[in-house]
Design a protein around this ligand. Sequence first.
Ligand SMILES: Cc1cc2nc3c(=O)[nH]c(=O)nc-3n(C[C@H](O)[C@H](O)[C@H](O)COP(=O)(O)O)c2cc1C
Length: 363
Amino acid sequence: MHNRNRFKLGLFGANCSNGRAMTVAPERWSASWDDCEKLAELADEVGVDFMLPIGRWRGYRGQTDHQGATLETINWASGLLARTKRITVFSTVHAPLYNPVMAAKAMATADLIGRGRFGLNIVIGWNDGEFRMFGVEKRAEHDDRYAYGQEWIDAILRMWGPEEEFDFKGRFLDLEGLRLKPKPHGGTRPVIMNAGGSPTGRAFALRNSDAFFTALRYPDLATAARDAAEVKAAGRAIGRDIGVYTVGEVVCRPTRKEARDYFHYWTEDMADWESADYMLAIKGIRRADDPVGYDVKRKALVHGQSGFTMIGTPDDVADELQGMATAGFEGIGFSFLNYLLELPYFAQEVLPRLTRMGLRETA
Ligand SMILES: Cc1cc2nc3c(=O)[nH]c(=O)nc-3n(C[C@H](O)[C@H](O)[C@H](O)COP(=O)(O)O)c2cc1C
């Protein structure tokens, strides 16, 4: 994240079984440690800028228990940072589920292992079942969840800072005699990202993060450009220089037909519709309330949950990424059906095109 690539590329969701693809396709992503390790080594070698995991504690049942097997993200990042040299590896940390002292220490350790390449994605959580697993109450007021998140990150930043010892007393946290040694790598702090979607979430991201991820599915690039410009302007208004990122999926093949056929195979012939139904159910979306709208949402989940879906030849995918850069995005976190099978072709064909477009340095 600290290199000179104008448009940053990251792999999103590789710590979860199935990644972000709700599919029963047999080649779906395992998220085994061996596969994650191989993926990180390859990503590091070809010049991918970051890896962004998903903080997930229980899967979405269905035929594959989508995202049911997940590697805890601070441990995952620490292991991958030890195996790599250049890439930034994020953790995705639920503020209400991780004690702040434990989190500050574990993340400082990860940052030392990576010699400054660790990043934090703060999430405040939405999944009731996950909170119940922890026996932690999900605060009824959405704004209170972010108010807690603010105290959590304030306490952590102070622990990472130069103070030797301090007390932290807020509305939610009352922490006495805090000491944290060693500090993160080289007197710096890890890069912070956030993906709050609500106005309160966005305001939180503007105050606290270096990178803001939006998951919106924009109708066109002009709308995306307006949104990115608005976020940056709102950041500047409070003296913060925020990078705006998006998310997506990639299917890249020598011909458009091959790419479209593969996307159809994964999202129609081999979709895990039962997982999609389960995810909608826990979000309180029921077919009985709106059968037509339900099917649209169900399809949207399986066809790529958010951001941009890039399906086509290397030229198509490179052009789409260039469009995002022109619209003002600093980068994208994207997924493949199987990251290890798909990254080599992307690296061989798309990355050199992006270099020629002036969006990236050579790997
Ligand atoms: C790139 C990205 C990554 C996210 N990762 C997670 C995650 O790993 N775990 C999680 O519970 N929520 C995750 N979210 C959801 C957000 O943290 C947030 O809850 C959601 O965007 C709704 O925003 P709001 O809380 O402001 O309503 C992610 C969202 C995006 C766009």
